[in-house]
Design a protein around this ligand. Structure first.
Ligand SMILES: Nc1ncnc2c1ncn2[C@@H]1O[C@H](COP(=O)(O)OP(=O)(O)OP(=O)(O)O)[C@@H](O)[C@H]1O
Length: 751
């Protein structure tokens, strides 16, 4: 099949009771561009664009329109620039729905055509994206009186079944998962019995959730019963913005198997429809989240941020797409640059309060628009044609035969049933579970197993029943072998620990207790990005130890894609983000906008929720794309800013005012040095103070030269005066304001 771009539609929900009425966000249907200002921005051209030339165009009138500009017409979403009322951002969409749009119209226009695609053997993924309370669940699930996309898809599927020849009716099975705090749960299983399910990848690069129930349904009523029970299990909670806010991402999958006969050719097609209701990105200031909601919120925001990174990586043609950084993106891998046909419904909430979130959503949408998938038709010929009884057989619970066959490394042989799914070229993957142990058996052995199972099948069974039986047997066999392997690996790990204990006690006999854990041997095991940080810190704090163990576990599992932002504490992330912003700013001042953009994007990976940063990225992207220069808007004066001088002389390094480099400083230091090869920008300390890094290397205390924390004895450091800019506000989110210019050489050191 030809490449297919993800289709994007936008839907603006109506105002809810109590929401102020304003026109910050508008849906335009074929609106003459003559009424939109020249300075408004067309975001289709430039992914994300902002026109900095505020001198163009006139102020918007009360309806947001302007006069006297250009020709043509515009269909899409118009958003007033929150920072400059003379500008309008325009996001063109072929399909966009305003507050009056009905569920029926969205379904008929954009969803219904995809059902035939799935019936043709292709995977279709429809997902609802948007800020919390923007109407995602309303769009996907709806209400009993006004059902959304999910119930309508099922209804349409069975309506098509009823209208077609019974021999060609689709057999449908359903699975339903939620991803809550980055763990996957089966919603078709009662919550108390639902374990966290592992996400696995077979040798063909197909990602699947292991152990997931897939239930057959034969009617809309069947589905509704199942769906209502499962939906009630979904994690929902009240926030200030939404009384029933989804605290998880939910993915409902309809597996569709269809047998068609044309002449003497009988074909089985297996399609899928993934219906994804994402949790909404959250601004904790607006949601008023308590600590438990905050934890959920941070998991939600992190996974959505990874989704944004995946989309960005696909857009720039990166060699590494960070699918593995969140379960959400692993599971949606096929829909993002994979083999499925995609539809993204961008849900938007009206009003100034949501304007920035709306811009973020639309920015994401525009990036997603460029993603190209390569849909694959999952079909195979069956000879001889099945009997009528076989085709009309009721659907049976199925497992992903393709996935399990792959797990068993099945090689189709003459006479064997070919795989249902086309084979892609094997992709290099991680080391697999257990540091290189693959959960597979030798092909011939597996083939022999299936052959034996086939021989056990009593005569007279339908094709579907034979499939189901073999699938179940294969599944049981895989589970048995995996269990065996787990046991073997556990025994190996135990032996390894035993060896380590023995080695440790022999070291203990020959060395002092201080050398019991050799830092050197520890460093060898660390991922390359982390070891320099730890090298400087002999006494690892407990939290870091835990993270380190987690990293080691991940490495053991073969996940090589551990990103630095995953392992830093929130404070360190903030500081690392600031360091990148400071560097970006210096590049931007020098006019190297591309480098600045890359650095701002790096900063975004550390502080994905920072709105000002997002705005800055949008602005610079536009400037880069259009070859324009970039002038940041002048920095607003900050309240309460004061300079104070700290006299640091003859201090005991263990004293409260001691100038000791913190772990966090080291991390920032590391980021800054690794980026530039020398120190630049600001060094940020735990106290919220900043020191310029634009100093000669030999002026800087390197960690090696610094007195060690906790070291006995009052070591003195050189008498000097350090001028430190300190500002309590600096720890606040606003401090990421990309307009903060790097202060030149704040640090004056007097010998
Ligand atoms: N098109 C619409 N028509 C009428 N009401 C709507 C519409 N869209 C959303 N709503 C209402 O807005 C509120 C929030 O919608 P919903 O729960 O679907 O948001 P959400 O994006 O799923 O939020 P969260 O991410 O927090 O789960 C609900 O009360 C819902 O009924």
């Amino acid at each position: 099949m030809a490449a297919s771009k993800v289709k994007i539609v936008a839907r603006l929900r109506p105002r809810l009771p109590g929401e102020a009425s304003d026109d910050a966000i508008r849906v335009c249907h074929s609106e003459p561009t003559a009424v939109l200002a020249e300075s408004s921005v067309n975001l289709s051209r430039a992914n994300t664009t902002v026109n900095n030339s505020s001198s163009l165009g006139s102020a918007a009138d009360s309806s947001g329109n302007r006069s006297g500009m250009g020709g043509g017409s515009f269909t899409g979403i118009a958003v007033n620039n929150p920072r400059d009322v003379t500008q309008v951002f325009r996001f063109p969409f072929t399909s966009c729905y305003d507050a009056d749009a009905t569920q029926q119209s969205i379904f008929e226009t954009d969803v219904l055509p995809l059902i035939d695609v799935a019936l043709g053997g292709v995977t279709v993924t429809i997902f609802a994206y948007g800020v919390t309370s923007s109407g995602k669940t309303h769009t996907m699930q709806g209400t009993p009186k006004d059902p959304g996309v999910i119930p309508r898809v099922v209804e349409a599927l069975f309506a098509k079944n009823a209208a077609s020849d019974s021999a060609e009716a689709a057999q449908v099975t359903v699975s339903y998962i939620e991803i809550y705090k980055d763990d996957v749960y089966d919603l078709l299983v009662a919550r108390e019995n639902a374990p966290k399910l592992p996400v696995r990848e077979n040798d063909n690069g197909m990602v699947f959730v292991a152990g997931l129930v897939s239930s057959p349904i034969t009617s809309v009523t069947d589905f509704q019963t199942l769906y209502d029970t499962a939906t009630a299990r979904r994690s929902v909670g009240a926030t200030l913005l939404n009384r029933a806010s989804s605290r998880s991402h939910a993915v409902l999958t309809l597996n569709i198997r269809r047998v068609t006969t044309e002449g003497d050719r009988t074909t089985v097609r297996e399609g899928k429809i993934n219906l994804v209701d994402l949790a909404g990105s959250e601004n904790n200031k607006l949601t008023g989240n308590d600590p438990s909601r905050m934890a959920e919120s941070s998991a939600i925001n992190k996974s959505l941020s990874v989704l944004g990174q995946v989309v960005h990586a696909l857009n720039i043609g990166a060699t590494r797409i960070p699918y593995r950084n969140a379960k959400l993106t692993r599971i949606l891998q096929d829909a993002l640059g994979g083999r499925s046909v995609g539809l993204l419904i961008c849900n938007l909430a009206p009003g100034t309060k949501f304007r920035q979130d709306t811009l973020n959503t639309l920015n994401f949408a525009v990036r997603t628009k460029n993603i190209e998938n390569r849909p694959v038709v999952n079909e195979r010929d069956i000879r001889p044609p099945p009997t009528a009884a076989a085709s009309a057989a009721p659907a049976l619970p199925r497992i992903d035969l393709a996935a399990t066959s792959q797990a068993l490394a099945l090689k189709p042989r003459p006479g064997m049933r070919p795989s249902l799914v086309p084979r892609a070229a094997p992709r290099p993957s991680g080391l697999g579970i257990g540091g290189g142990h693959r959960m597979s058996v030798v092909g011939t052995e597996a083939a022999a197993f299936v052959q034996r199972e086939k021989e056990k099948v009593p005569p007279g069974l339908s094709e579907a029943e034979i499939d189901a039986r073999i699938s179940r047997a294969v599944e049981a066999e895989v589970a048995r072998r995996m269990e065996e392997k787990e046991k073997e690996m556990a025994a190996e790990r135990e032996k390894e620990r035993e060896r380590e204990r023995e080695a440790g006690s022999s070291r203990h006999r020959t060395k002092s207790p201080r050398h019991e854990r050799s830092p050197k041997s520890k460093e060898r095991e660390l991922p390359p990005g982390l070891s320099p940080l730890l090298k400087r810190n002999k006494d690892l704090e407990d939290g870091l130890q835990v993270k380190l163990q987690e990293l080691e576990r991940r490495l053991e599992r073969g996940n090589r894609e551990v990103a630095l932002p995953d392992v830093l504490s929130p404070v360190s992330k903030k500081k690392a983000g600031r360091a990148y912003v400071a560097l970006a700013r210096t590049h931007s001042d020098r006019g190297d906008l591309q480098a600045a953009l890359d650095l701002y994007r790096q900063a975004e990976t550390y502080v994905p929720d920072n709105i000002k940063l997002k705005e800055r990225i949008i602005e610079i992207e536009w400037a880069v794309k259009n070859g324009k220069s970039f002038k940041p808007s002048p920095k607003k004066a900050k309240k309460g800013k004061e300079r104070r001088e700290k006299r640091v002389e003859d201090m005991d390094v263990d004293g409260p005012a001691a100038h000791v480099m913190s772990d966090d400083q080291m991390e920032v230091d590391e980021v800054a040095t690794s980026l530039t090869g020398r120190l630049a920008g600001h060094e940020l300390t735990n106290t919220g103070s900043k020191r310029s890094l634009l100093v000669d290397d030999d002026e800087m205390e390197t960690p090696a030269k610094r007195p060690k924390r906790g070291e006995a004895g009052a070591k003195k450091i050189k008498k000097r005066v350090v001028t430190i800019e300190s500002d309590e506000e600096e720890e606040e989110e606003e401090d990421f304001d990309p307009d903060v210019a790097p202060r030149k050489n704040r640090r004056r050191v007097a010998a």
